[in-house]
Design a protein around this ligand. Sequence first.
Ligand SMILES: *Cc1c(COP(=O)(O)O)cnc(C)c1O
Length: 422
Amino acid sequence: MSEERKSRLEELRAAEAKLLVPTYDRNAVLFERGEGVHLMDENGVRYLDLLSGIGVNALGYGHPAIERAIAEQSQKLIHTSNLYFHRGQAELALRLVERTGLDRVFFANTGTEAWEGALKFARAHAGMLRAEGKPIGRKFLAMEQSFHGRTYGSVATTHKLKYREPFEPVMPGVEFVRFNDVSDLRTKFSDEVCAVLVESIQGEGGIRPLSAEFAHAARELTRTTGALLVVDEIQVGMGRTGRWFGYQHLGIVPDMTTIAKPLAGGIPLGAIVCTDEVARAIHPGMHGTTFGGGPLACAVAIAVIDAIEREGLLTHATEVGGYFQDRLRGLQKRHPSIVEVRGMGLMVAAELDSAELGKQVVQRMLERRILINCTSETVLRFLPPLVVTKAHVDEVVEALDAILSEAVAENAAQTAGGKSNG
Ligand SMILES: *Cc1c(COP(=O)(O)O)cnc(C)c1O
């Protein structure tokens, strides 16, 4: 049986190696089904999923509300284009406006596409202000360790060189500010800046929360010139932190925010939510998309939001996330290789003292049928479905405990071996 499994996986691997552009270095698992917080491989072996498709599957797998929305909407209408009305956009936009504290929505398909649109809106808004006689430039201030996506504008505002360098020249006019460094922000801010760009918690950057002090400084500075404060909530938003949006923990309201990953429960959908003031700069024909905000994606997103509400998942995320962090802190006391535990709600990280250990832990968790990943080289990242329970957390923490103990024992044995040989 396991030979058959190997061969099927090997077949796929060989076919992909020939047929796909080699952008991904996949783990050697073939998933075929999901149920709750578990994924099943082609032999029915169950994996506990603490990554939820990089924060996408917030309701887990096989949630009846999502299945029903897809079944019902797919029988009525899947796509019409943005040339005509359908029922979904206004109904979903109302839910997003109510929860963000902002006024208007533009629907895109993915995270990077939402972010790309937000950059265009910010430049257009500054252009409108200039036409009205205000001195304001075109420059963006983005953060060090930021991640905003892979298209040209998004990648230009993404800090890591490896994402930008092979594709240069990228969009010009971006300067990076040291993360959470208010004095660096004050130095670099001027009326040349059309927008300050932040994530409320840096995701790919290692689950690093923006400080309230920095958020308030950015909010005040941008208000002095008419520049925009734009918060990327693509990974953080939609309830993961125990509130609908990460900036709601910081006591600020941005001019514009972007949402995507969990928005439509795995069906691609992104959104820009902005103020009336930002939207004043946009007129019919200036921006658009063929697929964005289609009937199917909107119907599913409505079902996702209503399920999060109905099932009390914000409170649940706070409770289980708090428990998760407590248990990891307990582990940290016994394992000095954990240098820091941080996060908010069910966006949780344990930073390790070496990149090698990070890789090893992810691999051994996979062998124990638990899915996590390591970002920013040393940061174990947990983005479980919001329906995860304390019992699942216990399972993960116990596995991590065992793996870290093994690693220490092995390293000690290696060191001892090295000594006796040397
Ligand atoms: C994933 C992510 C993006 C990009 O989203 P895609 O759907 O992959 O294009 C942008 N910003 C943040 C914070 C993200 O986590």
